[in-house]
Structures are given as C-alpha cells and as structure tokens.
Write a protein that binds this ligand. Structure first.
Ligand code: EQ3
Length: 322
C-alpha cells in the first residue's frame, strides 16, 4: 500500500496527549489588543528574571532596521498604535513589512523593541494601562508551564502578529531577504546515540541537523517527503523543507534520548524518538521536551517526520502505543 502523508500523520497518535501550549494561546487570543501587549510584556519581563534570550546578531537586526528606525522617530501614541496594529494584524504598511519577516527576524524585532522599552525610548505598555483580571488569569496559566513551553507560547504569539500577505498572491510580496546565520552556542554533537534506535536515516538526520547541514538532512528524505513542525501542517517536498530548515532550524541543539522502532509488513518502519531540543535564542538554559515521529519507507528514506512538543517531562518515557 502506498504511503500517504495523511496516514503518516496518525502514527503513534495514541501516545499524544493534549499540550497546554495551544490551550494557553487560546486564552491569549481571547484578550483584547492592549491586554495582549501587556500580557507579553509581563510574561517576558517575569521570565527574564531567570532566563534571557541571547541578543540577535547585527546582520539579523539589519533586516528589521528600517522598521525600528521609523518607530523610534514616532510619538509615543504612534508607537503604541504600531504595536496595536501588529497585535491585531491590521493591514498597514508596517504590519505588512513585519508579516514578511522570517520567524527569527520577527523575534529579533520584538527583542529590540523590548530593549528600547526598558530604556524608556518606547512606551512599554499603553499609558495608564491597568492589568485586567483576564491578563492575570493568562499569566497564572503561563506560570504553570515549564520554561520550554513558556518560550513556545511567546514565540507563537509573536509569529502570528502582523499582516499576512501570503493570501494575496506572490506578486504582492517582495523577495525574501537572505537569512543570516545563527552562531552556535554549543559544540556540535558528532556521534548520535539513541537508546533503542539504530535506523541510519534517523541517526543521520539528527547528526546533520546538529551541524546545520540541511542539504545532508534533506538528502535523507524521499522527494515527496514531509516535515510537520509542532502545531503546524506538514511541509511537503524537499525544496519547501530546505527553505523551512534554513529559516527556522539553524543553531538548534538536538539531544534525542530514547526511541522505539516498529517494522511494518510492507517493510516500512515507524519510529518514535523522544528527547530535548535547545534553541540558539536561549542556549543551554532552556530545554524543550519533544518527540520525533518518523515514517521510513522500505528503501530507508524519510517519508515523514512530525515534531511534537511534549505536554510534560513524563511524556519522554511514553513510547508505547498502549
Ligand atoms: C517587548 C515585549 C516583551 C512586549 C510587547 O508588548 C509585545 C512583545 C511581543 C514583546 C516581546 C517579546 C519577545 C522579544 C519574545 C521573544 C521570544 C523568543 C526569543 C522565543 C524563542 C523561542 C524559540 C523556540 C520555542 C524554538 C523551538 C524550536 C523547536 C521546537 C524546533 C524543532 C524542530 C526540530 C526538532 C526538527 O527536527 C525539525 C525542525 C524544527 C524547527 C521543527
């Protein structure tokens, strides 16, 4: 029977338990715009007492430079309006430019705005803002998450901001800027060992990703292969996966720990691997508990891999189907 992405998505699905991350984002989505901006400010500054992101490199900030310069020259009221427009995804020139940024450039843009807010150059939250019970509620829900989940909530809310022009067709958006490289904070782990796993495609995938060798990683996929990032739809085909990896997978430190492999009657293999991933934004200070669910075709190529954020550290040991 031919492998399909739809059926691949369901492998090991009964080991997936609901994650508190989308639940927290759903609470955030219900807040009004000022409450959303205030929530992000409080969540970010509170988190900053224990973990702080690494400053983005000069090359990355240059991509956001023109927007940041425009915002710095505005009055406080105008600055607040820009932030409201971004959060409410209004169709404005600044929101459109932001919508074009890659995930890491969006994060760098807000990182810099946050620094300017701390310095008092930009108003941190709307003048006279009083924290609402809704904000308190979402902050309390956030505090119950582990640090890896907290930074994922922050990241996902920031990524969803701005006006998305992709629905307007290719002619409406400028050519994307070249993605600057992320400096690796940890030495490359060259020989990968995963308890219970000997599958060359899986070991090779982790080894290549840990060295940012995306062409080597992509060569392990079938031409119609797919990669499904956390809380997203599958990205299909080698070209699309390579583009995604160059933008979003640079500098990641992947530390898979254990896994299981089940051979199917048609010779394909289903594998589930659990472990920890670190992002260059927070280096070794924050680990995210994740799983990789691989479907390897009978020729040993990756047909599908889904990356899921685990609901709790206990899920690291949840490898059985029943
Ligand atoms: C200024 C302030 C605070 C207030 C204002 O009102 C509003 C905003 C938005 C503010 C600023 C907020 C800021 C600066 C937030 C910054 C957040 C950051 C830097 C978050 C970074 C998070 C990174 C994460 C969660 C990365 C996760 C990566 C994973 C799970 C990678 C997985 C992958 C694996 C393992 C693969 O095998 C394939 C690739 C893939 C990437 C999917």
């Amino acid at each position: 029977m031919a492998l399909t992405i739809q059926s691949a998505q369901t492998i090991f699905s009964n080991t997936q338990v609901p994650s508190p991350i989308p639940a927290t984002i759903a609470l955030f989505d219900q807040l009004n715009v000022d409450d959303q901006l205030a929530y992000l400010w409080y969540a970010y500054t509170e988190m900053g007492k224990t973990i702080t992101p690494a400053a983005p490199g000069v090359a990355r900030l240059q991509l956001a430079e023109s927007l940041l310069t425009q915002i710095k020259q505005m009055s406080r009221e105008e600055q607040t309006k820009v932030m409201r427009d971004l959060a409410s995804r209004a169709d404005t020139p600044i929101s459109r430019s932001y919508g074009f940024f890659s995930v890491n450039t969006k994060l760098a843009f807000w990182f810099e705005l946050g620094e300017l807010m701390k310095q008092g150059i930009i108003a941190p939250i709307p003048v006279g803002y009083q924290m609402s019970p809704g904000v308190k509620f979402v902050l309390e829900a956030t505090q119950k998450l582990d640090p890896g989940q907290q930074i994922t909530v922050l990241r996902n809310t920031v990524v969803d901001m701005g006006f998305d022009t992709s629905d307007l067709g290719p002619s409406s958006y400028p050519k994307a800027a070249t993605e600057p490289a992320f400096q690796r904070t940890t030495p490359v782990i060259s020989s990968v060992k995963i308890d219970g796993i000997t599958e060359p495609a899986v070991l090779g995938y982790i080894e290549a990703m840990n060295a940012d060798k995306f062409d080597d990683a992509i060569a392990l996929f079938t031409t119609d292969g797919a990669l499904q990032p956390p809380f997203q739809k599958p990205i299909v085909g080698r070209e699309a996966i390579t583009k995604y990896m160059r933008e979003e997978a640079q500098g990641l430190n992947m530390m898979p720990q254990q896994g299981i492999c089940e051979v199917q009657p048609d010779g394909s293999k289903q594998l589930k691997v659990t472990g920890v991933v670190q992002t260059p934004w927070f280096g070794v200070t924050v680990g995210m508990n994740i799983s990789w669910r691989f479907l390897i075709n009978p020729d040993g190529k990756i047909f599908f891999v889904a990356i899921d954020m685990l609901a709790s550290p206990q899920e690291l040991m949840n490898l059985r189907r029943v």
